[in-house]
Design a protein around this ligand. Structure first.
Ligand code: SF4
Length: 256
């Protein structure tokens, strides 16, 4: 079980503190150390930070991918890889590719409403250079930030099942562990938040999702934001200024 510490060490009322633990999983990629025949202990290999485009771990999502390849042969229709700076201090984690967004273009958040909000906020914050044209080949370059999703394949109706989220978590965990300079994670929405907490060995009940909330882990900070979806923006749950504010907070944590 993960090693957890109580809140403290100067954490704000919004902050909770947890130690990171490398061995935790319910999905099968990395299991706890197992005894080898010789009596020594060997570790199962960890997942790579990026799944293969044709990853077959989630049967329902694979079937959806096949249907989409027939319906939309010009779409990317595969597991969407992370995008950004391999030396990023900030990682932004969304939920999953949108059918006609990232699943169409092959780049996270690219081509749908949420991407308009996110990429323009990154340009305004100085973390993206170039012009965002809602295409993977628009030449946009990210600095000090990487974008990924908790689930890499498009789910029907934007709703991955708990089992699918768990199956994709080893890639998220490996993505986190593969960023050597990482200091902060900005989770967009509750599902991304929960999957990051689990990836870091935290207990969800001790790290409730709250917009603007900060959760301190050993070596990095997780910041929460409402997802910049069309629904959240249209209903006023999230505004552009709220999003800019939480992004500023995450950048400050990443550079602290
Ligand atoms: S969602 Fe993740 S684990 Fe599931 S098939 Fe896609 S890449 Fe593989």
């Amino acid at each position: 079980m993960p090693d957890e510490s109580p809140a403290g060490n100067g954490a704000s009322a919004h902050d909770t503190l947890t130690s990171r633990s490398p061995d935790r999983d319910e999905s099968g990629w990395r299991t706890p150390t197992v005894p080898a025949k010789s009596g020594s202990r060997e570790r199962e290999p960890a997942a790579p930070p990026e799944p293969p485009p044709d990853c077959g771990r989630c049967p329902r999502l694979v079937a959806f991918r096949k249907r989409n390849r027939e319906c939309f042969p010009d779409f990317y229709n595969a597991a969407v890889p992370s995008f950004g700076d391999p030396h990023a201090r900030l990682l932004i984690v969304g939920l999953a590719p949108g059918l006609k967004g990232a699943n169409r273009t092959g780049r996270p958040f690219t081509g749908d409403y949420a991407g308009e909000i996110l990429y323009h906020a990154l340009i305004d914050a100085g973390l993206a250079q170039g012009e965002y044209l809602a295409r993977a080949d628009d030449g946009l370059v990210l600095h000090d930030v990487m974008i990924t999703n908790a689930v890499r394949c498009v789910p029907p109706e934007n709703r991955p099942s708990p089992a699918e989220i768990a199956r994709c978590r080893p890639y998220l965990r490996s993505r986190i562990e593969s960023l050597p300079q990482l200091r902060a994670i900005l989770a967009l929405g509750r599902i991304a938040h929960d999957s990051v907490v689990a990836s870091l060995g935290g207990v969800r009940a001790r790290h409730p999702f709250t917009h603007g909330g900060a959760h301190r882990f050993d070596g990095l900070v997780l910041i929460d934001s409402y997802h910049c979806s069309r629904y959240n923006m249209n209903t006023g749950r999230l505004t552009k200024s709220m999003f800019a504010e939480v992004l500023t907070q995450a950048i400050a944590r990443a550079r602290a």
